[in-house]
Design a binder for this molecule. Structure first.
Ligand SMILES: Cc1cc2nc3c(=O)[nH]c(=O)nc-3n(C[C@H](O)[C@H](O)[C@H](O)COP(=O)(O)OP(=O)(O)OC[C@H]3O[C@@H](n4cnc5c(N)ncnc54)[C@H](O)[C@@H]3O)c2cc1C
Length: 443
């Protein structure tokens, strides 16, 4: 489950693009573009426009920037509450940015241990699991090549579904989309470009984004509730404030718009609103566990996977960056359930599962924990987008401006890198280009 694109290795079509600007940001000119949302997408759009000398106002609901890219240091070690892997490193523009700015990058080649409850799987068993995972990848790729916009599960053969290892392999699919394979489009996931190793940043992926955005002024604690648009301009309403510009870049999670947390006046065209509904956010949650001493079998970071027949196992990075900390991961229904049970129950669940693999001393040495709750976070409403079966094309709809005034950005709009921070970045660059075209009267 750890590498959520693992099954897609080697498949995909187009290459990702997008370079980081090294130009100095221009002084703020009169505001021509409002950017709503200071996550990876909104920040990329703002930085591009500022570098081109265009006046930009960035409005952000939270008291921090970064959105779903956020590095937490409260456990005494940096851990990412949201994104942490630089996927598709051969085409991921953050790799060059990290190298240029002295952020250490580590390839995810950690030793892997696979358990069924408290029992470590033997060689023949892991080979069986690997074989079914490879078959799943092949069958999904074949269905994608054939253009089948059907549930991923429906793209699998009966032989695969009946394989005794299938229930243990299924969570691998669930974690890459945040939802079980009956619920996402095979054709959509086939478009994701996976090229190169997955990399990680010990200082944190969220910290990297914060570094990139350090010179962008953002108006925090400003949740936009309504966007009014006319032929002449756009007004974003947030509490008592109203902010006007010629163009708005709306860089909000799809679910925030689908849920009606931001109202458009007049309403968005039906197909645009529908596209937000067709790209809901699946769920991944993380649990950080801190111990009083090194309770793990190794001194270096490792990866432990607990596979259960009911798909309810968790994955763990242990000895996180050589500290007495483990980061647990779960996705889909399991993530929904443990989030609904509350933070204390999430921590207890993650600790119980890790103890099953590593032994009872863990509980005695347990110090403290923290759990994410992305589904109930009002400014995210989930972790990353997937496309509903039968709704392929929704992402493309959101790349078209509305009324010559509104441009959408966000990971959910990026077909070849959806669900990622590099996808969010690429969408921000695309939105900035589109906004400049609109400002130039080329609507
Ligand atoms: C647990 C988890 C694990 C992940 N793992 C990875 C990974 O390993 N690798 C990877 O590449 N990606 C991963 N992702 C996905 C990645 O984090 C996201 O795709 C990316 O950060 C999304 O950026 P964005 O700008 O599109 O949206 P966001 O980051 O959500 O930005 C939207 C912004 O809008 C703000 N906002 C919301 N409502 C309002 C409002 N009404 N008014 C004003 N502002 C508002 C939000 O606060 C937020 O700052 C993960 C995500 C999660 C949650």
């Amino acid at each position: 489950m750890l590498n959520r694109r693992q099954l897609l290795q080697g498949i995909g079509a187009a290459a990702a693009s997008g370079a980081f600007s090294t130009r100095l940001l221009a002084q703020a000119a009169p505001v021509e573009v409002i950017v709503i949302g200071a996550g990876g997408a909104g920040l990329a759009a703002a930085k591009e426009l500022l570098a081109a000398g265009i006046g930009v106002l960035v409005l952000e609901a939270r008291d921090r920037i970064g959105g779903r890219a956020f590095t937490d240091t409260s456990m005494g070690v940096a851990w990412d509450r949201g994104c942490s892997w630089l996927h598709a490193s051969d085409v991921n523009p953050w790799v060059a940015y990290a190298r240029k700015n002295d952020f250490e990058l580590i390839a995810d080649r950690f030793p892997r241990h696979v358990f069924d409850g408290s029992r470590r799987l033997g060689g023949a068993e892991t080979a069986g699991l690997r074989a079914v995972r490879e078959r799943i990848a092949r069958e999904l790729a074949e269905a994608g090549r054939r253009g089948l916009d059907i549930p991923a599960e429906a793209a699998l053969t009966q032989a695969t579904l009946a394989d005794p290892w299938y229930p243990m392999a299924e969570p691998g699919m669930t974690s890459w989309e945040g939802i079980e394979p009956a619920n996402f489009s095979t054709l959509d996931q086939y478009q994701f470009v996976e090229k190169g190793d997955d990399l990680m940043i010990p200082r944190g992926y969220g910290a990297l984004l914060a570094h990139y955005a350090r010179d962008i002024a953002v108006r925090l604690r400003t949740p936009v509730s309504r966007i009014r648009w006319t032929a002449r301009g756009v007004t974003a309403e947030a509490g008592a404030g109203a902010f006007t510009a010629r163009v708005a870049i709306v860089a909000l999670p799809s679910a925030v718009i689908a849920d009606g947390a931001v109202i458009f006046s007049p309403h968005l065209p039906a197909e645009v609103l529908q596209a937000h509904h067709d790209l809901p956010l699946g769920l991944m949650n993380k649990v950080a566990l801190r111990f009083k001493r090194n309770v793990f079998p190794a001194e270096r970071t490792e990866f432990w996977r607990l596979c259960r027949n009911d798909g309810r196992g968790m994955d763990y990075l242990t000895r996180h960056w050589d500290n007495n900390v483990s980061i647990g991961f779960c996705a889909g229904r399991l993530a929904q359930e443990i989030e609904a049970a509350g933070e204390a129950a999430s921590i207890d669940h993650a600790l119980t599962e890790l103890t099953a693999m590593l032994g009872s001393d863990l509980r005695r040495q347990f110090d403290r924990g923290a759990a994410t709750a992305w589904a109930t976070d009002p400014f995210a409403r989930g972790s990353y987008s997937h496309c509903l079966p039968g709704r392929f094309g929704a992402r493309a709809i959101l790349t078209r401006p509305v009324g010559g005034r509104i441009v959408f950005a966000g990971e959910h709009t990026e077909q070849t890198a959806y669900g990622t921070l590099h996808g969010a970045h690429m969408s921000g660059l695309r939105a900035a280009r589109e906004a400049r075209r609109l400002l130039a009267g080329k609507a």
